[in-house]
Design a protein around this ligand. Structure first.
Ligand SMILES: NC(=O)c1ccc[n+]([C@@H]2O[C@H](COP(=O)([O-])OP(=O)(O)OC[C@H]3O[C@@H](n4cnc5c(N)ncnc54)[C@H](OP(=O)(O)O)[C@@H]3O)[C@@H](O)[C@H]2O)c1
Length: 332
């Protein structure tokens, strides 16, 4: 294959607080793939909160291309496992083309669903929600579930699984539009805007008998309020703490209600999505079934072009997205 021009996003300064556009640079690279290289044209890339701590803690290197999930189409290949025209998922987003030997690719075989769903409901986001809620959180039928960042990618899947399991579900989010979306589109029982309401008061109204499972996406004031209202033998699966990610060392605000864990014998446990690889097949089966039944909906917020990747990440950290934040890099 002839030489390729690929544009990519480099981190050029470590942000202090909310990242700024000047922390990133769009760089043009000339690629010269060898005959036995697999060339992937990236179509969509995933934008994730965990990228923010990675900008500060050294995981993302300075003056080097950033990394992140992406789906793409194979445009050159001599490898029969990844034939030209097949779709793949990998971790080399933030660039228009990815050159691979195949070891970092996973094949996607869409069954009529949009490709983008493999970056959220049918991908890592969905598996995070499914495993975190049902395995780590051990949610039981009919329990009381509270979800923070409820209108986001993970949160909206958690809310809907909660309803599928006949739970009473309350969710918090950062705008009235998101409150309306949670109540009217996703059908949860109670939703509130944490920016304008007291979290503790809203939880007393939305879940008056207390919380069996708090699916923690946010930390800080959310954890403080929820922990104080946990029921006996309640569980707090700790998925993320986005309220802390712009802080130095991703340090979260203090929590004053932890003594409630003692008397009510509450379990708090962190998890990472990689733990759930062993249930991926069951997860895909359940999600596809629920999607076909109209019980699992999703939203996407899509920015266009590689140059929009920094603003997509900055926007995600400010709550611009409903559902999954994505960047489209090329037409599918
Ligand atoms: N453990 C794992 O393996 C794993 C895997 C994936 C994701 N996660 C975690 O799951 C959480 C959700 O991730 P996601 O990909 O689904 O992102 P997301 O919820 O789609 O997007 C992030 C949302 O967080 C909310 N937010 C931002 N700053 C906030 C603050 N200071 N306080 C409260 N809410 C704030 C915003 O919504 P509002 O408008 O509602 O503020 C924003 O839309 C994150 O904490 C992430 O780190 C963990």
């Amino acid at each position: 294959m002839s030489n390729l021009t690929s544009r990519e996003i480099h981190l050029v300064a470590r942000p202090d607080g909310l990242p700024a556009a000047a922390d990133f640079k769009l760089v043009e690279q000339q690629l010269a793939p060898a005959k036995d290289d697999i060339v992937v044209r990236n179509l969509y890339m995933s934008v994730d909160p965990a990228m923010r701590p990675a900008l500060s803690n050294g995981q993302m290197k300075l003056d080097a291309v950033m990394t992140g999930g992406a789906v793409g189409v194979v445009t050159q290949s001599a490898n029969t496992d990844y034939a030209e025209g097949s779709y793949v998922i990998h971790r080399s987003g933030f660039r228009e083309y990815h050159i691979s030997d195949g070891s970092d690719l996973r094949l996607i075989e869409p069954r009529g669903e949009p490709l983008t769903t493999h970056l959220h409901v049918l991908g890592g986001t969905g598996l995070t929600a499914y495993g975190g809620l049902l395995v780590t959180g051990a949610l039981q039928e009919g329990e009381n579930l509270f979800v923070s960042a409820a209108a986001g990618a993970v949160g909206s899947v958690v809310c809907q699984i909660g309803k599928i399991k006949n739970c009473r579900v309350a969710g918090s989010c950062g705008s009235q539009e998101k409150v309306d979306h949670l109540l009217n589109d996703l059908g949860i029982d109670y939703a509130f805007n944490y920016k304008t309401q007291s979290i503790a008061k809203e939880l007393h109204i939305g879940l008056p008998d207390g919380i069996d499972v708090y699916f923690e996406n946010v930390g800080g004031a959310h954890l403080d309020a929820a922990c104080g209202q946990m029921r006996p033998l309640g569980r707090i699966p700790v998925c993320g703490m986005i309220s802390a990610y712009n802080n130095k060392g991703a340090r979260s605000e203090g929590v004053t209600t932890l003594s409630n864990m003692i008397y009510n014998r509450v379990t708090m446990r962190g998890f990472v999505v990689y733990e759930f690889e062993n249930i991926r097949e069951q997860f895909l089966y359940d999600m596809r079934t629920w999607m076909a039944e109209g019980r699992m909906k999703y939203s996407e917020t899509i920015k266009s072009g590689i140059e929009a990747a920094p603003e997509a990440l900055i926007g995600l950290l400010q709550g611009e997205n409903t559902g999954k934040m994505l960047v489209q890099l090329a037409d599918a």
